[in-house]
Write a protein that binds this ligand. Sequence first.
Ligand SMILES: [Fe+2]
Ligand SMILES: [Fe+2]
Length: 355
Amino acid sequence: MNATTLSNAVTNDSTVKANTESLLSPRFYKTNYDALDRINVDPVREEWDEMMEAFERDENRDHFRQEVDFENDVKEMSDSLYKEFLDFLISSITAEYSGCVLYQEIRDRSNNPDIKQLMAYMTRDEARHAGFLNKSLNNFGVAVDLGFLKRAKKYKYFKPKYIYYATYLSEKIGYARYITIFRHLERNPDKRFHPIFKWFESWCNDEYRHGEAFALIMKSNPHLLSGLNKLWVRFFLLAVYATMYVRDHTRPELYEALGMDPTEFDLRVFDITSEISKQIFPLTLDVDNPKFKKGLDRLSKINVEIAKTKKQKGMMPFMRRMGLSVLASKEFVKLYFIPVVKNELPDRVTVAPSW
Ligand SMILES: [Fe+2]
Ligand SMILES: [Fe+2]
């Protein structure tokens, strides 16, 4: 299917809206905004100010203003690849926009000048990421109504500390994913079937910096990284890794088109993310333990079976789905109890991205 035919495969506005909840797995969050006012970044002031200067310089400013050559740079796609790629774009725009809405909300409600300034920069970045994805979607004749998403999507309440763990990880794993794809396509330019991948390098540097901000916030609140909170760090690491692994294994066509193996790709992303997260987390998951990969593979298979039952109607598929969900929870718990690797925190938190 070429770009023109794709444009003809117009998904009208209301269809996209209707599909929103099932297609868009990334969630929208709200939190306790008063608690964010109590953050004091003085213990990391020097690093904080350096980071703020980098946000202010904004070396990626012009990057997202460049024109995309949709006409000549989008390669032919099979229907199944198109479907997976579209799903990838839509779930990416939701994740970007979800970050944008959360940061904007904190910016507007916060009375803490450091947090307000940080959130203004991050809102700016996520808005341009979402806008850029929207351009790519528009080229396919698909319109995601972001205003509608903001109003209609269900918001999940997360305690501030959960926001720090989850957002830190999603920013860093986002960096690891984008840079791994970008480097792979540098070596295999013939596999770059869409121009959006050319933007990934500068894009992921934005995400990397967002992660640095949350690392500094956690460092200035050391109780978030000790005692029982270590169990939460462990939980979020596993939840983020497992979600990515399971989701990537539902997109075989996309990875085949890129010339990548989703398992190898995910293991590489785990390695990079674990290496980065040593800047702030007192532990990493033992991703090299063979039990870890085996557990994720089982979880992935269960997910495929669950998806099949969702397409069937009646009591039997429903009962089967319940049983499979229990199995998935058991696998998750087994993965959780694989011993972790302890990590000694460095004095300086921020690290330059070097992957
Ligand atoms: Fe982003
Ligand atoms: Fe981000």
